[in-house]
Write a protein that binds this ligand. Sequence first.
Ligand code: HEC
Ligand code: HEC
Length: 290
Amino acid sequence: MVSIHLYTRAALVSAFALVPALPIMAETEPETTDPIVINGGEIELPTAVPAPAHLDGVFDQIYSGWLFRDSETQAMQLDDFENPGMIFVDQGIDDWNAVEGEAGKSCASCHEEIESMKGVRAVMPKVNGNGELWSLEDYINDCRTNRMQAEALDWDGDRMKNLTAAISVQSRGMPMNVAIDGSAKPFWEKGKEMYYTRYGQLELACANCHEDHYGDWIRADHLSQGMTNGFPVYRLKQAALVSQHNRFRGCIRDTRAETFPMGSDEFRALELYVASRGNGLPVEGVSVRH
Ligand code: HEC
Ligand code: HEC
């Protein structure tokens, strides 16, 4: 499929002057699309599925970021005992059961077992009862502040990431299925616009890398389609869980641009749009990336 449109070609040619390593190639399909087989076959996650309808003419197939990682990194996700992110899932479950705040409650006091969160991650972010787009982090902090009378957790703090990891794992294998119509539509449109906006001195949009060049090498990195179904991810480079907004911030910084704050409305909208590009891919969190 030819996906370098005329308007991006000009931008890329000028970008090449600044990023010599960004190859003059279109996207490259992965060599294999083997499923991620976890715990000796207990769980099997497809790594390639047909693209959602709204990406007609852009992608035929959408791919897990796992396919673009080296075999050592891939292997860590094949066994929950080898997956360094699973320690944080356990810590998140401990937190789930811990009483905190003036109301004397834990998450479990109301939601019971964390398994009750099955399905939640697959539809996040979503519009709440007041017409605002909320990420999983917002729902967690709403329960903490309004229902537990406890303090809000830091968007990118360890406790928040542990909880989002523990909640995400409950949906592992379920296809991402964020709503993009109805009340979600304006947020989705805003996120889409951001995705195609060129940022920074390098004048690169998310799409220039993750749509036009996935499968290619940029510097020492193998570009994926930039999907979010594996989040929060355990990043070897940071030896920590990384939230979606933190990843967005890093990618925007790489274009030498000012970025939006984590937990900003801009990043919520971008989160929705990026999630919708992955509709159909299974929730993978906690995935391992380098
Ligand atoms: C006092 C009871 C109570 C406590 C304590 C509580 N919650 Fe909730 N939570 C609710 C209610 C009620 C809802 C709204 C349910 C609905 O609208 O379907 C909710 C919604 C949520 C949602 C959104 C689910 C969805 O499908 O939209 C998440 C995620 C969540 N809670 C996580 C947590 C976490 C994590 C904790 C602990 C930090 C917690 N909750 C503590 C009562 C509670
Ligand atoms: C200069 C190229 C470039 C641009 C522009 C860029 N990224 Fe990335 N992005 C990367 C690289 C390199 C990685 C790490 C390798 C990979 O997973 O693709 C990455 C990783 C990601 C990942 C993690 C994927 C996974 O499976 O773990 C997400 C999500 C992502 N980017 C989203 C975005 C968004 C949203 C934008 C626009 C705000 C953006 N990126 C802009 C280069 C870029």
